[in-house]
Write a protein of this length. Structure first.
Length: 221
C-alpha cells in the first residue's frame, strides 16, 4: 500500500462557483484541496512542507493575485503558482511568469489543460525539493569537517598532490592521507571528481581560502 499523501492544491479565488467547481474536480483527481475566498484568508493558513501548488486568481478585492505572488516571493516561498483569470492580458501574464509563476491560464480553463499545468508544476517542485534537500545535506557534511580537514579539502579540490599538501601544511604525507580519507568519508564521496563537484556546488573554488568560504556559507544560510 502506498502511504504517500496526495499533493495539496490551494485554490484562492473570490468567486464561490469557481472554488466549488475546482474543489470538486481536483478532489475527484485525488488531490487534497483547500479553498480561500481572498488573499487575507489565504494568509491565515500555514503552508505544509509537502508537495503542493497554488491556483491563484488574478483579480480579487483587497489584494490582487500578483500582489499575493510578490508577498510570497518576499517570504521565500517555493510553492509553485498557477494563475487563473478571466481578464488576463499579455503584460499581466509576462509579469507573472517573470516573477516565477509556473503558468497563466485563462478561464474557463479546460480540465486537461489545468491538470497538465498542475502536474508539470508539481514535477518541477519535486525536482527543486530534492535539490534543496541535497544542498542542505552537503552543507551539513561540510560543516562536520574539522579545521585541518577543511584545509586538506580546500587544497585537494585544487589539484594539489598529497606531498604538496603535506609541505604546505607542515604535516607528514601519511597524516595528509588520513585527513584526505576522512574528508572523503564525511563528504560521502568515492572519487576526487565527486569531491570537486561538491566543491563547485559549495562555491569553494571561487573564494580565497576555507575560512572565507565558511563565512560565505554562514551568510547564505
Amino acid at each position: 500500500m502506498n502511504n504517500t499523501l496526495a499533493p495539496i492544491i490551494y485554490v484562492v479565488d473570490d468567486d464561490p462557483s469557481v472554488r466549488s467547481s475546482l474543489s470538486l474536480l481536483l478532489t475527484a483527481c485525488d488531490f487534497r484541496v483547500f479553498t480561500y475566498e481572498s488573499a487575507i484568508h489565504f494568509y491565515q493558513t500555514e503552508f505544509k512542507d509537502e508537495p503542493s501548488c497554488i491556483l491563484l486568481d488574478v483579480n480579487m478585492p483587497g489584494m490582487s493575485g500578483l500582489e499575493v505572488q510578490e508577498n510570497l516571493n518576499s517570504r521565500g516561498s517555493h510553492v509553485p503558482i498557477i494563475f487563473l483569470t478571466a481578464y488576463g492580458n499579455i503584460s499581466m501574464s509576462v509579469r507573472a511568469i517573470k516573477a516565477g509563476a509556473d503558468n497563466f491560464l485563462i478561464k474557463p480553463v479546460q480540465k486537461e489543460d489545468l491538470l497538465l499545468a498542475i502536474n508539470n508544476a508539481l514535477e518541477r517542485d519535486a525536482e527543486e525539493r530534492k535539490s534543496r534537500i541535497l544542498s542542505e545535506e552537503i552543507r551539513f557534511r561540510y560543516a562536520s569537517l574539522s579545521e585541518r580537514e577543511l584545509e586538506v579539502f580546500y587544497l585537494v579540490v585544487r589539484g594539489k598532490l598529497n606531498k604538496e599538501i603535506a609541505y604546505e601544511l607542515g604535516n607528514s604525507e601519511r597524516t595528509v592521507k588520513a585527513h584526505r580519507s576522512s574528508v572523503m568519508e564525511k563528504m560521502q564521496v568515492n572519487s576526487l571528481a565527486e569531491l570537486v563537484l561538491i566543491a563547485t556546488q559549495l562555491k569553494i573554488l571561487g573564494v580565497d581560502g576555507p575560512d572565507d568560504n565558511r563565512s560565505a556559507l554562514k551568510r547564505s544560510t
